[in-house]
Design a binder for this molecule. Structure first.
Ligand code: CO8
Length: 258
């Protein structure tokens, strides 16, 4: 697939996808979301890749779904076209970790995309929000569900009902963002984090991602049970023995992703 709206590169074992519609502040349209899904799946299947990063520009991660593409939609266009479901949620099927490296605006569908990544590293100029209410619509890609889980019902209601934007420090305090870094260090720091993850045993990385995500889908007892099954499964890997032996022998582990 030839990409028109994203840039794709690899940095050692990290796959980096840059949203690239600068004139529209990376507004997310169908074509971009198709390309993003395609690139994510390609990295997921690439045995040389251990972690992925999605980023945008310094001004905007993504300023939302493309309003120009939606303005004339009617109900049947949205329903028959399976709008959003058909290509916005590919990312949820990716098994390797995906980090959102966010500078500037992450609004509407852009904010929802960051929340579908595994975690968010924000530049100090990042701004998050769900301003759809100003367009007389609502978050349509999970924002009303993921935001309360990430930052509490009260803050989610505040953001969704007033359309106010939340800066990087507030987002970190609220728990949406895992770290805030200076804008000029965003990619350096994110790549360092991604490289650390990519140096771990990939099957165990995927088990941990799977187990943490299960916590959003299940009650505590079932979630802990699921974790326990994966914990036991990790003892079936070569890398578990290697990791533990390396610790005891005071040497770096040599993981083989098996
Ligand atoms: N869609 C289309 N074009 C956009 C969008 C967008 N979301 N955001 C910005 N642009 C375009 C502008 O139209 C402008 O284009 P042009 O130069 O041709 O006039 C260009 O990007 C630059 O934008 P501004 O001139 O507005 O830049 P400012 O720096 O003045 O303002 C803002 C930046 C504050 C980010 C402002 O652009 C803005 O408010 N954008 C819209 C934000 C918004 O409402 N986002 C929510 C969109 S709706 C949504 O995401 C629904 C999600 C539903 C689920 C997803 C399913 C698809």
């Amino acid at each position: 697939m030839e990409y028109q709206n994203i840039l794709v590169e690899t940095k050692d074992k990290v796959g980096v996808i840059t949203l690239n519609r600068p004139k529209a502040l990376n507004a997310l349209n169908d074509q971009l979301m198709d390309e993003l899904g395609h690139a994510l799946f390609a990295f997921d299947q690439d045995e040389n890749i251990g972690c992925m990063v999605i980023t945008g520009s310094e001004k905007a991660f993504a300023a939302g779904a493309d309003i120009a593409a939606m303005v004339d939609y009617n109900y049947m266009d949205a329903y028959n076209g399976n709008y959003v479901t058909k290509n916005w949620e590919h990312i949820l099927r990716v098994r390797k970790p995906v980090i959102a490296a966010v500078a500037g605006y992450a609004l509407g569908g852009g904010c929802e995309l960051t929340m579908m990544c595994d975690f968010i590293i924000a530049a100090d100029n990042a701004k998050f929000g769900q301003p759809e209410i100003k367009l007389a619509t609502l978050p349509g890609c999970g924002g009303t569900q993921r935001l309360p889980r990430a930052i509490s019902k009260s803050k989610a209601m505040d953001l969704c009902l007033t359309a106010r934007l939340m800066d990087a420090n507030e987002a970190e305090r609220a728990g949406l963002v895992s770290r805030v870094v200076p804008l000029d260090k965003l990619m350096e720091e994110t790549l360092a984090v991604a490289t650390t993850i990519a140096s771990m045993s990939l099957p165990v990385v995927m088990m941990i991602k799977d187990a943490v995500n299960r916590s959003f889908e299940s009650g505590l007892t079932e979630g802990v049970h699921y974790e326990r099954r994966l914990f036991h499964a990790s003892f079936g890997t070569h890398d578990q023995r290697e990791g533990m032996r390396a610790f005891l022998e005071k040497r770096p582990a040599n993981f083989q992703n098996k």
